[in-house]
Design a protein around this ligand. Structure first.
Ligand SMILES: [Fe+2]
Ligand SMILES: [Fe+2]
Length: 404
């Protein structure tokens, strides 16, 4: 991804930090330093070559993003998570605190329209993110580096549904602009974001206006007089369903992108072992979002993606390439990654994760979360201070270079 404009100006503190030599700036300097002193500040351990400052920067950035993910998933689990999972007990715990799940029963029911197991998957995805953040912190601490804790930015109000702990949160799920272009990105046979490809949204209304993905309060949970689910509540559940896919496709790209900058083999193993679990999540959510019922609630419509029309244009072919039927890019059961161009079109199409360009991948991930609206403080309409810290961690991760 290209470097973004001045919305994310570089921290002058960090600049000074690099300039005065506290951290060697750039790969060449770092690599040269290691030649004369083969043991880095972070030890050698089991990974062959030393763990570099770049490795630590990548791990710390990932820990930060996993904390953000854990925060948003906990909110989904509190409201829409399973309250039992058969004979296997719910064991959702963060920092020794048990997380109460499934507090919004009718939201749970609306989520189950997408799949009866949605509440279980929400709890399990939450459990995974909590473990990713905790593991990455424990791992960097074991190498003598500082763990990441952004909890002082947890100031955003949660849902007011009865029972939800009224503690500040890192993320705001109430005014999201959910990008659903991942839907067509994984279906396109001839475009790759790393080669300049652009992609249409599957649900255009989700990104054009902000919508909530969680019930704001008990009023959002009232059923129709006949006991059916109102379109408003179903739209909230549908929005969540597509948001799950958005979040997890991001992790699916981020880990392979950053892995290309890792030097130490054990750190590489950490990234290669966590990353594919994000893809396992993504694949599940991709499948479930496909079951979102075609409803309209105010300015939010969930169009029929199986009618052979591009929901953006109403055409039966794709605007940018009339040779491609619209069905190829929107049909709901086409959830396996379509082979597309990779590296160079002369190699022929191949089924891959996309994007995986390591250039500014960490900053791109933060920007996508910012664009999603995750950090908007409703009191001010501005992002919280977490954005500047995430961008600083991202810049340091993006500075990392693979080197021996
Ligand atoms: Fe994760
Ligand atoms: Fe994730």
């Amino acid at each position: 991804m290209k470097k973004e404009g001045n919305a994310f100006t570089r921290s002058s503190n960090r600049r000074a930090f690099f300039k005065n030599g506290a951290v060697a700036a750039g790969a060449a300097t770092l690599g040269a330093g290691l030649l004369t002193n083969p043991v880095s500040a972070f030890g050698q351990d089991d990974g062959g070559s030393p763990i570099t400052r770049g490795d630590i920067a990548i791990l710390r950035f990932l820990s930060a993003l996993e904390q953000v993910e854990a925060d948003l998933w906990i909110q989904y689990a509190e409201l829409g998570g399973a309250t039992n999972q058969g004979l296997s007990p719910i064991d959702l715990v963060q920092n020794g605190r048990k997380i109460n799940t499934g507090l919004a029963a009718n939201y749970v029911t609306a989520l189950q329209v997408l799949d009866g197991d949605m509440p279980q998957y929400i709890v399990d995805n939450t459990d995974d993110e909590i473990s990713h953040h905790a593991f990455l912190n424990n791992y960097v601490m074991s190498k003598g580096a500082k763990p990441v804790d952004l909890s002082h930015f947890a100031i955003l109000p949660p849902s007011q549904v009865t029972g939800v702990p009224q503690t500040g949160r890192l993320t705001n799920l109430k005014q999201l602009k959910v990008d659903t272009s991942w839907w067509t990105r994984y279906r396109s046979p001839n475009q790759n974001p790393d080669l300049g490809g652009t992609f249409e949204n599957a649900i255009p209304d989700l990104v054009s206006h902000p919508h909530t993905a969680i019930p704001l309060n008990n009023d959002d949970l009232v059923l129709n007089p006949d006991g059916t689910i109102p379109n408003h509540l179903q739209a909230i559940a549908n929005t969540a369903g597509f948001h799950f896919g958005f979040i997890e496709q991001g992790g699916s790209s981020l880990y392979p992108s950053l892995a290309q900058k890792v030097t130490n083999l054990q750190v590489l193993r950490v990234l290669l072992s966590i990353g594919p679990t994000e893809t396992m999540h993504f694949q599940v959510w991709h499948d479930k979002a496909a079951n979102a019922p075609n409803i309209t609630d105010g300015n939010l419509s969930f169009p029929n993606l199986n009618d052979g029309q591009d929901p953006n244009t109403g055409l039966t072919t794709v605007g940018s390439n009339p040779a491609i039927p619209a069905a190829d890019l929107f049909q709901t059961n086409l959830i396996m990654p379509e082979p597309t161009i990779f590296l160079n079109s002369k190699f022929g199409p191949v089924s891959i994760i996309r994007p995986t360009d390591p250039n500014n991948a960490a900053q791109g991930a933060v920007k996508s979360f910012v664009d999603d609206g995750l950090f908007i403080d409703p009191a001010s309409g501005q992002n919280t201070g977490i954005v500047a810290v995430l961008m600083q961690l991202a810049e340091e991760a993006d500075e990392a270079r693979r080197g021996f």
